[in-house]
Design a protein around this ligand. Sequence first.
Ligand SMILES: Nc1ncnc2c1ncn2[C@@H]1O[C@H](COP(=O)(O)OP(=O)(O)OP(=O)(O)O)[C@@H](O)[C@H]1O
Length: 613
Amino acid sequence: MQHARQSFFSRGSVPGGLISQPIIRSWTRCAALGLEGRANSLPEPLTSHEFAISAEEAEAFKRLCRPEIEALYADAEATDSIVILTNARGLVLDTVGSLDFAQRAARVALMPGVPWSEQTVGTNAIGTALEEGCPIEVRGAEHYLECNRILSCSAAPIIGPHGEVLGVLDLSGPAEVHHAHALGLVRFAAEQIEHRLFDRGFEHADIVRLHTDPTMLGTPREGVLVFEDGCLKAANRYGLKLIGRNFEALGTVTWADLFQNGVTALADKGSLKRTDGVALLGRLEHRKPTLSSVLQRAQALPPANIGPIFNAETQRAVDRAVRLLNADVPVLVWGETGTGKEVFARAVHGRSARAGKPFVAVNCAALPETLMEAELFGYQAGAFTGARPGGSKGHLREADGGVLFLDEIGDMPLSLQAKLLRVLQEREVVPLGGSRAVPVDFTLICATNRNLSELVQTGGFRSDLYFRIAQYSIELQPLRHRADRVQLIDAIWESLGAASQEIVLEPECRERLSSYDWPGNFRQLVGCLRAMLALCEPGDRLGTDALPPDVRNASPVQSPAPAKPEPPPTTLDSMTIAAMREALEAAKGNVSLAARRLGVSRSTLYRRLQGNA
Ligand SMILES: Nc1ncnc2c1ncn2[C@@H]1O[C@H](COP(=O)(O)OP(=O)(O)OP(=O)(O)O)[C@@H](O)[C@H]1O
């Protein structure tokens, strides 16, 4: 390999047989781009804002690939590797697998938010699979950049039903470990994903599943062809192979160009004859739109643009939180998944004095500890191998002047809790690898669906940080505990535009919706109503048959409400006093300023604080 590299970099050619053709082609492309093999300049992660947008676009794709990623995960753990999913441009969306290797991989920036196209990092399995349009393995020194020699990677592109590249699935491990089956595993997983893409959608189309071997029907290796009005509109690679075509045939080839007999032959006999006489076996599927398919599509859509819907109680909580935030008092939002903690935090930010300044949301459960430290606190140029040349500001500094929203704070590792506490006390950040503290000015909203006070008792959360961030905590009720579910459903229905189309929920349908327990809370309810609406025509009246089966058939929410974990122990009085103390501290002892920020009189502030001295 050394000989091949030397020969390539000094003479521009490699003696025959030393290196595979796809790798030579890739090296040649990289050289033409002017990439330096010895260069250590690693790709820059997208800024968190850019990544958030891409990640949102990619959420549905990640969900789609999740079963295969999880299946590969077991293998990745056992072989000290990680599974990586990228989008069609090679941007890493997700990594799971060996934490140990993930940390080493992070040193070469193989982590979410970083683009691994050939143009940015030279020959590598992800970028080269995208360029070559086929699965590929790139091991050790086959990587164009020397710094990536620590990797051995196998990647397969995921091709959509219309021939479009959707992304890449990759299994990467240490170069010194040869994982003989990695490429086969990744290729198979990519095929399974491609096959599942035909499980939904294509409503009103004829979906044909074919093979020459009956035992292959129903497997990811069966051919799938989709016809609309007799024209071939979508296919998988196996389907195209069976008819001797490629993706260019889509939209141009008709049923009659391909088969001697009509669609009914397939439906009746389960067999077809190609125009050249070769017999194929298969089955025909004609799909009508179903509520669940629309539901799935609705979940894959970006969040509904309905704006926050708050009842009077939540609205009062928002108002209180705004005042506390304006006085620099942290707020803790507590509630089950989907209850709208982030929606709440954004609303508070939008109405606070810091509106117009950044709102930086960080999910503390999403990243391994080492990456999270760099992400949060930033790092100096050269702080670690693979660090961006210019260093990174980190989320805390990105939030400067605005609001930092720490979601799933209960999942923050203890070592980072200590570091965060120091920042909150001293209001300055020392980036990794740096010695100089940088002042920061942000207010904090934390969110959790875990019982933090219990976590404190079991040692999973620092009590000093808890008291710091939980001076004011607000609980967002799960929908099944809310008495105003009917009004809520009506408000969402209206915000979705149903009223303007005169689409009405019949009383029984509304009743079932309101008596369902909505384990996914707001997120699930909004998704369900959106899906129901998508299936309607203006003027429709929806009965219970318009409901998804799990809502239609569920038994009503049990009353009294099921036991729920205790909220953090905060009495109104202790909350008020804590908020006042905090405001006074933030105002550096200036009582008038603290009182103004809290919206109370100076004398009230004095009296309450003295009474509790
Ligand atoms: N008050 C609300 N008004 C309108 N829609 C809401 C509201 N709260 C939540 N939603 C909807 O539910 C989705 C989930 O909300 P959000 O992400 O804020 O929940 P969360 O409690 O932070 O969830 P998780 O704990 O899973 O992160 C939002 O995209 C939005 O569509």
